[in-house]
Design a protein around this ligand. Structure first.
Ligand code: NAD
Length: 504
């Protein structure tokens, strides 16, 4: 890393084979604070396919050593990394808030998730359980073990800049793989902070490599390489489809975590204060930029008006501002492109005939002048077929949809292309259990909003949200390892499975 005094901006480098190196292109890009674009965090490498090739080569070579390090020893390094992240939690969170805007409480939560995941997965260094089973033949031993696959490409979004990389990199490492990590261009500093800690904890050269730059150049080069055996991608469904197609010719394992259009169902017997609390937090936490954000709220007609009154009063009272200030409850959106998307969908909602109850405007005066701020926005009387109820907006916009029955609520809930998270507020245990069964999502909550996953359970979604894999929990090990079944015949003679069936 070097500091350019003229520009007063730190230049950050790629991390390849244990060294901080500039891109071969010599090009770079800026990283600015979305709450105040006058605040330049640093300059990062705009990498090229040539940088990617170097990183893959380093990772390929390092794999031959790392795969032979006993998993409990790999884990010792990861335990050290978890402790280092914990020691620096506050500073890491402050960098993250400056980098992508969410409030400090939430960036501390993001870092905490990385700590939790790293401790949890390091524990797998002494487990990674396989099976031992009786053989159908005499004097024969049968077992299955997990084995690493090789070089893993990790491609991540900007909304959880440390948590999501940890969900991928740490299980990859504990299983014995090596990694080339391409973070989102909007959050390279948090990525670099994470990789720096891994190196400091003792991860050997080449085992984790960081290459910053655009999806088209860096991402495509990673996915297209025959030397990459796993691609773990989190991002939009649109890009995920491209990743899937490009990974297919070389039969890579492609793990996709993509968009969402999550729903909270509020039944007529719900504890209404609790439901309103959940909808405000689920809809507007991280300015609505969570994959699990509750962007749809389906409310029973019997309580519809009361719910709307209380919900809108709470949303209007949200304090918007710079996320690094303790009074702020909602920060900016991450950048101009995201802000334009939000404004476009607000227009679409109005054209579609939804009733705008609050918000609906960009904030650009006074303290907001240099940032990407948008009012928290609520639409009511939204029809389930409207675009604002079907498409992922990824911003502070919540669509409230009335319903007449539980059955109708479930049908509305399921009738989107995504399937990440859903929730129900009800006091009726029968209804709660029915909903757990009937909503076709990867994650479900009862009397809590659609956000709040914990690292030791599987995380992921159905339909256009995912392709059947899960991260987090021990399910993540299935992405980053392959099963090998091993038979040891100690009979000293030829024994034929399925054929020598007469012998007892
Ligand atoms: P994005 O799809 O634009 O980018 C994600 C990553 O892919 C970035 O690193 C980007 O540079 C890279 N990329 C872009 N084009 C690429 C290409 N052609 N080849 C390879 N890589 C490419 O998403 P984003 O805007 O960073 O994040 C927001 C999206 O992520 C939302 O849709 C959100 O729902 C989703 N998300 C999903 C989850 C989940 O677990 N399901 C979690 C967080 C975010």
């Amino acid at each position: 890393m070097t500091t350019t005094t003229a520009a007063k901006a730190t230049t950050y480098h790629n991390f390849i084979d244990g060294a901080w190196v500039p891109s071969v292109s010599g090009d770079s890009f800026e990283n600015r604070n979305p709450a105040n674009t006058g605040d330049l965090l640093g300059v990062f490498q705009k990498s090229t396919p040539a940088d990617v090739a170097r990183a893959i080569d380093a990772a390929r070579r390092a794999f031959e050593l790392w795969r032979l390090v006993p998993a409990p020893r790999r884990a010792e390094i990861l335990f050290r990394a978890a402790q280092l992240i914990a020691d620096r939690k506050d500073a890491l969170a402050r960098d993250m808030t400056r980098e992508m805007g969410k409030v400090l409480d939430e960036t501390r939560g993001d870092v905490q998730e990385a700590i939790d995941m790293t401790f949890f997965m390091a524990g797998e260094g002494r487990r990674q359980y396989g099976q031992t089973v009786p053989s159908e033949l005499r004097d024969k031993f049968a077992m299955s073990v997990r084995q690493p696959l090789g070089v893993c490409a990790v491609i991540t979004p900007w909304n959880f800049p440390m948590a999501i990389p940890s969900w991928k990199i740490i299980p990859a490492l504990v299983c014995g793989n090596t990694v080339v990590f391409k973070p989102a261009t909007l959050t390279p500093l948090s990525a670099l902070n994470f990789v720096r800690i891994l190196a400091e904890a003792g991860v050997p050269p080449g085992v984790v490599n960081l290459v910053t730059g655009g999806g088209g150049e860096v991402g495509n080069a990673l996915i297209s390489s025959d030397d990459v055996r796993v691609v773990s991608f989190t991002g939009s469904t649109e890009v995920g489809r491209t990743v899937s197609e490009r990974g297919a010719p070389s039969f890579k394992k492609v793990h996709l975590e993509m968009g969402g259009k999550n729903v909270i169902i509020v039944m007529d017997d719900a504890n209404l204060d609790l439901a309103v609390d959940g909808c405000v937090w689920g809809g507007f936490g991280t300015s609505g930029q969570r994959c699990t954000a509750a962007s749809r709220v389906v409310v029973h007609e019997k309580i519809y008006k009361t719910f709307l009154d209380r919900f809108v009063a709470r949303v209007r009272a949200l304090r918007i501002g710079d996320g690094s200030e303790s009074a702020t409850q909602m920060g900016p959106v991450v950048g101009d492109s995201q802000l334009n998307t939000v404004m476009t969908y607000v227009q679409i909602g109005q054209q579609e005939g939804a009733r705008l109850l609050c918000g609906g405007h960009r904030l650009d005066q006074g303290i907001f002048a240099k940032g990407f701020f948008h009012e928290p926005t609520v639409f009511a009387d939204v029809a389930p077929s409207m675009r604002i109820a079907q498409e992922e907006i990824f911003g502070p916009v919540v669509s409230v949809i009335p319903c007449r029955s539980y059955e109708e609520a479930v049908a509305i809930g399921n009738n989107v292309q995504y399937g990440l998270s859903a929730s129900i507020y009800t006091q009726d245990v029968n209804r709660a259990f029915s909903a757990m069964r009937d909503l076709y999502t990867g994650i479900f909550y009862v009397n809590a909003p659609t956000i709040g996953a914990e690292v030791h359970l599987p995380f992921g979604g159905t339909n256009a949200t995912g392709n059947g894999h899960r991260e987090a929990g021990t399910a993540a090990l299935d992405v980053f390892s392959e099963w090998k079944s091993i038979y040891v015949d100690f009979s000293g003679r030829l024994q034929r499975a399925q054929i020598d069936t007469a012998d007892l």
